[in-house]
Structure formats: C-alpha cells, structure tokens
Design a protein around this ligand. Structure first.
Ligand SMILES: [Zn+2]
Length: 439
C-alpha cells in the first residue's frame, strides 16, 4: 500500500493531439454516469461521525475498477503525536479513510495522489433550504445539495478523470492513489493519517471547489473553545454575581481586535496583501447559562481563527492566549474573571504552493486544453488539506476544482459544465503526468 516517488521517472512526452481528443471525448461520453454517481454520493449523508455509508460507496466504486483497496480506522499514536494533529473530540475507532490504488503493469511514469474529503458540514435549519439538502436535484446546469460542491463532485471527478484513460483505450504507466478521507472540515486528520500511513507521490491533486482556479496560498486554522466562568446568584442580588455571558462579549471583542491586528499585517505576507480581509475569526457557536433567573455561571464560545502561512500554530496560540488573558484581567468595568481556552479541532498551519513546479506547468496546459483559457491562481482564506501534503510531505499539491456557490450555506450547488471541464483537465493531467501507452 505504500508508494514512494519513482526516482527514475522522467517527465512523459506531451500527449499527441489525437490521444488528447480521445481522452476529452471519453469524459464527455461518461459524463451522465459521472453525474449519477455524484448524485448518489450527495444523497448519502456524511456528517462528522456518520461518514461510513458514504465511504462504503467509495470503496465499492474503487472495487468496481479493480483498484487495491486500503480502508483503515484513522486513529493512531503516531497521528496523535504529530505536530499538525488537530485536537479531536470524537472517537476515531470507527472512522475510516479509503484509498484505491492503481499499480501499472509497466511502471515508468510519475505517481499521483488524487485526494478528496468525504465529510460534509451540517446542513443547518432545513426549513431555510428551498429543497432537501440530501436530494441531489439537477436544475439549470447546477447540482444542489449539501456536499455537492464541497466536495463530492470533486471526489467523483477524480474517479471519472482516472476512468477516462482506460475508456480512451489507454493504459497508465504510473501509480495512482485515489483517496477519500474524513475529517477535512474540522481537523485535517484524515489526510494527515493517509500521509502517515505511507502514501506519497510525485504530485497531489485535491479537487476542492475552487472556481476553476489553482490555489496559490492558503491560511492555517485553529479551533478552540473559550469557557468563561461566572458567579451564579439570584437576579434580586445580581450585583453580587458575575455574569459569564456578559463577560464573553469582552472575550469576543478582544478576539476582534486580534483579528484586526493580524489583518493590518497582511502586507508582510506574500500572496495575502491584496485580499480585503484574509484573517477571519469566526465565533461559530455559543452556549451558556442554566436558568433565566440565575446569573449565568458559565459561557462557552466555539471559535475558529485563521493564520498566515509561516506563522506557527504554537506562536498563534500563544498570542491568542495572551489576548484573551488581557481581556479577563481586572478593569474599571469588571473584576478579573476566569476564562479557559481549549484547542478542540484544527491545529493547522497555512501553506504556499511555490510557483515553478512541473505539476503546475502541466496543469496550465491541461486547463487551457479543457477550458480554452489560461489558468488563474488565487489565495484562499479557508482551510485546505493541501497543507498536509505541502508542509509535511513536501509534495507539489494542486488544489483545483469546479465552480460552486453557497458551500457551508443553504442551497449549496455545483456547476455541471465546470465539473465536466475540470474532469477533462484532470484526465489530461493524469495521462501526461503518469504517462500512457495503448492498451
Ligand atoms: Zn472542502
């Protein structure tokens, strides 16, 4: 199950025009089936802790193609000891990654990982969707549903891009690992577990919904809970108590100041200087108090903070702690209060895809062939598993995929024509990167 980069591999020669045409046509010919499989996957919910039915499907798809299947529960001591391990709050004994590996009869080309995550974020109040989030309705050139864009269309595009080579009457001459990982939306531990299991390659593609563009740089992300302690009293003597919910507003204000300070520093971070607001602090959850007629004894904030590439998670964490400790010190407005910060998810550092790799040069060509226009690059202020492969595997990692709207929101959707062309671009990439011969 382990593949090391093929040291003797040489760049394959550019595809002959007729071979390129056959691969593009093979994607078109199977596109209806690709959409049917994408819909099947969208209609199989895969919220955190409930990914297994969807991973069953992925394993079935890989098996139907004759790939060697490696499916394992991701928890391990090595994972937990890793610097980039996201502090998990769930049981990893039942959550699996699935990898399907193609091993060529003649291994002469470069190897490739095609990665995607199976997990999706909660759908929110279903009454605010205009259709069921778990029914993959196709309308006016879009497919709707939770995970349609982020990123089940990409997972299935990986598969059908790979399929197109064989469907075009060709045989790959490099190894390919198709990865379906868990935990991308909360810790990044799924891709990290795959790397630690020994999966590496000469390049990686992650087909996240990226507007038909290539991600150049990406923030790191930390998750934590801030728990403020109060002093509960009866409201008739409210002045003798301490209201943890009121105090939490002060913690939020301090985090907003930190957010402003870090955004004001964007000019010092290459690829981030032109973004309006690269660092976003999200107060993603709040709970607290036990009774309307008791001064609340506790309040918890669930927080997501972004960091620039090159800023260590340890350094960011130290600054967050210092900022919150200052807010909790005694002032004219309030006495000193207790606030405890606990990491409970991402512990991830950002990354930059350094320009000039062979992989990027090839994607520029295959994108042009599929879309008829130049490939653009951009910086994204959201987490990506690319950081695992770049920071810890030193692998050229192309995060590249289709146009979507409302990911993590209501009526999430992915653009079908964009999916088709991205699949074509990736199929050409696979063929030229790994090399092909007539079957
Ligand atoms: Zn995603």
């Amino acid at each position: 199950m382990t593949a090391t980069p093929n040291a003797t591999a040489r760049p394959a020669s550019p595809l002959a025009p007729d071979v390129e045409a056959r691969i593009l046509a093979a994607v078109d010919a199977r596109f209806d089936e690709q959409l049917a499989r994408t819909a099947e996957l969208v209609e199989t919910p895969s919220l955190r802790g409930g990914e297994e039915p969807a991973q069953d499907l992925m394993a079935r798809y890989f098996g139907e193609r004759g790939l060697d299947i490696d499916r394992w529960t991701i928890g391990s001591d090595e994972l937990r000891a890793h610097h980039g391990f996201g502090r998990c709050t769930v049981d990893y004994d039942t959550m699996t990654n699935v990898v399907g590996t193609y091993t060529p009869a003649v291994n002469a080309g470069r190897s490739l990982i095609l990665n995607g995550h199976i997990d999706v974020v909660p759908e929110g109040p279903e009454s605010q969707w205009s259709r069921s989030p778990w029914r993959a309705e196709m309308r006016d050139g879009w497919m709707y549903g939770r995970g349609a864009g982020d990123m089940k269309a990409g997972l299935i595009a990986n598969l059908f891009a790979f399929d197109a080579i064989r469907a075009a009457g060709l045989e790959l001459t490099g190894r390919v690992h198709l990865q379906s990982v868990v935990e991308e939306e909360c810790t990044g531990n799924g891709s990290l577990a795959a790397l630690l299991r020994g999966y590496t390659a000469d390049a990686v593609i992650i087909s996240e919904p990226e507007e038909d563009s290539l991600v150049r740089a990406n923030v790191g992300v930390l998750w934590f809970t801030a728990r403020v302690s109060g002093n509960p009293t009866h409201p008739r003597e409210m002045g003798n108590g301490f209201n943890a919910i009121d105090a939490a507003y002060g913690v939020v204000a301090a985090l907003r100041e930190l957010e402003q300070r870090w955004n004001d520093d964007k000019a010092n971070h290459p690829y981030f200087e032109d973004l309006d607001h690269p660092i976003n602090v999200n107060i993603g959850g709040i709970s607290g108090g036990d009774w309307p007629s008791s001064v609340p004894a506790w309040c918890e904030l669930r927080v997501r903070v972004a960091t620039y590439p090159g800023v260590s998670a340890d350094a960011a964490w130290a600054e967050i702690r210092e900022t919150v400790a200052l807010a909790a010190r005694a002032t004219a407005e309030h006495p000193k209060f207790d606030v405890e910060l606990t990491p409970d998810g991402f512990w991830a550092e950002g990354y930059v895809l350094e320009p000039g790799s062979d992989a990027e040069a090839l994607l520029e060509r295959t994108h042009r062939a599929a879309f008829g226009r130049e490939l653009t690059t951009f910086t994204t202020p959201g987490y990506l598993d690319g950081r695992v492969f770049v920071n810890y595997g030193n692998l050229p990692t192309l995060v590249y995929g289709p146009v979507s709207e409302h990911i993590h929101g209501f009526d999430e959707r992915v653009n079908l024509e964009s999916v088709r062309r991205c699949t074509q671009s990736m199929a050409l990439f696979i063929a030229e990167w790994c090399g092909v011969r007539e079957a």
